[in-house]
Design a protein around this ligand. Structure first.
Ligand code: NAD
Length: 504
């Protein structure tokens, strides 16, 4: 008879707090076996602007620091792009469009995209570490999600470059010209790929600005553009502040602008270009409902709830930040959720065992904390697992609020942090009504055993993406975008290409 092998000691044995817990770790629940990622991020002390295929100093001679949010140390300094630099970048892009890229056969353009994807794969670990250092998200996420998904977007759109005639059958797609793009800090590299890959595949040239907090992977990606031999000016990277972004969005050369960021800034940009004929796509904020019915596989749902709101410390536009749970299973779900949160590790983002890394900046941490205070003041009940805040770095434990009503600000406003507001419902119609009772409409999740209910919910929920029995699943083939104040236009899939072209 086969005998059972002795149980192996895993990196995370249950409840055996032998060694003192490290500074950043929850409670003393786990024996701690730090496992830091050691790949060299190959950072330079200073990064310049990338204009016309070259790294050039900003006209103003000014630089700003990028800070590692996990230890508050400076990572590198970056050029502060101003009006003259933005002009130079658009001129380079327009020239590249007219002389090279706009005329190049799709098959040839596709080769560059494939090359970029492969070079990114070759340097995947380096990029993962750099992204984690700049943004604070766990290395497990940058290594297994952000970097491979960014490469996947270049591969996917490389495949489309010579098949544009099939995007809209019976019509031909023509490029728009130069597109200006501004992106946020929550998925710095992935947002670059989401923006640049479809624009290039459709034959456009690009001027792009990464977020001020997280510019590193953008300038590193520019190194890859050079290595890939991308013709000068096809992509230009301008680092800088919000006002640099304002200059970029309003620039007369931009035939199209694509913005991902907060609804507030999106509205400012829309007003600034209201009297132009620029094509526009806006990917803005969200306040997604994650809806758990009483017939759902509850343990699976709990994992989906955790992933939905604590992935990337909840700094996700489509985060499942409002949990709507059927009242008959609410107590069970909350109890299971608390057990699960007690064993999530908040800590060094470079440690491969970390579940929640650092919040991107002190300003963002303060903003999340302000929402916790608001939630308590409004009468909701806050719960956090035991947590010791380290002396340095911007950390926030996973937080849940029960006793939340629809009028509470924590149920209405985008917190953009690891904070879950829990509400209950009795009927399917009540769940739909509560889920749709928001100014946003980016995503939603449904957990149930009934296929018919999934179909009903996905038809009636006013959200760009509805996930069923899963959450935060992304794929380059799948269009992503919002309704209402979550924006307009789609990124990814065939629909995303249509937003970077005109039909002729
Ligand atoms: P933000 O709006 O503050 O900044 C986004 C970008 O805009 C940054 O690069 C910033 O420097 C720039 N910017 C700031 N002021 C500007 C101005 N006046 N004109 C032009 N550009 C300006 O957003 P953030 O804090 O970086 O990111 C968080 C927000 O982004 C959240 O609201 C989140 O929901 C949203 N987001 C949406 C999606 C989506 O696909 N819908 C994806 C990721 C993030």
């Amino acid at each position: 008879m086969p005998t059972l092998a002795p149980e192996k000691k895993t990196a995370r044995p249950a409840n055996r707090g032998h060694r003192p817990a490290p500074e950043l770790c929850f409670g003393d629940l786990w024996e701690y076996d730090p496992s830091p990622e050691t790949a060299d991020p190959k950072l330079k002390p200073r990064y310049e602007l990338f204009i016309g295929g070259k790294f050039v100093a900003p006209a103003s001679g000014k630089y700003f620091d990028s800070i590692n949010p996990a230890n508050e140390q400076k990572i590198a300094e970056l050029a502060l792009g101003g009006a003259a630099d933005v002009d130079a970048a658009y001129a380079a892009a327009q020239h590249a469009f007219e002389t090279v890229w706009g005329k190049m056969p799709g098959k040839e353009r596709g080769k560059y995209l494939f090359r970029i994807a492969r070079l990114l794969q070759d340097r995947a670990r380096e990029f993962a570490v750099a992204e984690t250092m700049d943004n604070g998200k766990p290395i497990r996420e940058t290594r297994d999600f952000d970097v491979p998904m960014a490469a996947a977007h270049f591969f996917y759109h490389g495949g489309w470059a010579d098949k544009l005639d099939y995007v809209a059958p019976g019509r031909r797609l023509a490029p728009l010209g130069v597109v200006g793009q501004v992106i946020p800090w929550n998925f710095p590299l992935l947002m670059l790929a989401w923006k640049i890959a479809p624009a290039l595949a459709a034959g456009n040239c690009v001027v792009i600005k990464p977020a001020t907090n997280t510019p590193i992977t953008a300038v590193k990606l520019a190194e890859i553009f050079q290595d890939a031999g991308l013709p000068p000016g096809v992509v230009n990277v301008i680092t800088g502040s919000g006002s640099t972004g304002g200059l970029m969005m309003a620039h007369p050369t931009a035939a199209k602008i694509a913005f991902t960021g907060s609804t507030e800034v999106g509205k400012v940009i829309m007003r600034s270009v209201a009297d132009t004929d620029k094509k526009m796509t806006m990917e803005l904020g969200g306040k997604a409902a994650n809806i758990v019915f009483d017939d759902a596989p509850l343990d699976q749902a709990v994992e989906g709830i955790v992933n939905g709101i604590f992935f990337n410390q909840g700094q996700v536009c489509c985060a499942g930040s409002r949990l709507l749970v059927h009242e008959s299973v609410a107590r069970t779900i909350v109890a299971k959720l608390k057990n699960r949160l007690r064993v999530l590790r908040v800590g060094d983002p470079l440690d491969k065992n970390t579940d929640l890394g650092a919040i991107v900046s002190r300003a963002q941490l303060d903003s999340i904390q302000a929402y916790l205070d608001i939630g308590v003041k409004e009468g909701a009940e806050m719960w956090q697992p035991p947590f010791r805040r380290p002396a340095k770095g911007f950390f926030m434990p996973p937080t849940i609020f029960t006793g939340v009503t629809q009028s509470h600000r924590i149920a209405r406003e985008e917190i953009f942090g690891p904070v879950l507001s829990i509400l209950t419902f009795r009927t399917v119609d009540e769940a739909i009504e509560k889920a749709n009772n928001t100014a946003y409409g980016l995503s939603a999740g449904v957990w149930t055993d009934k296929g018919s209910r999934i179909l009903k919910m996905s038809t009636e929920l006013k959200a760009g993406v509805v996930w069923a029995n899963t959450f935060n699943k992304f794929d380059p083939t799948s269009p992503f975008g919002g309704y209402k104040e979550s924006g307009f236009g789609r990124e990814g899939g065939r629909q995303g290409l249509l937003d970077y072209a005109k039909l002729v």
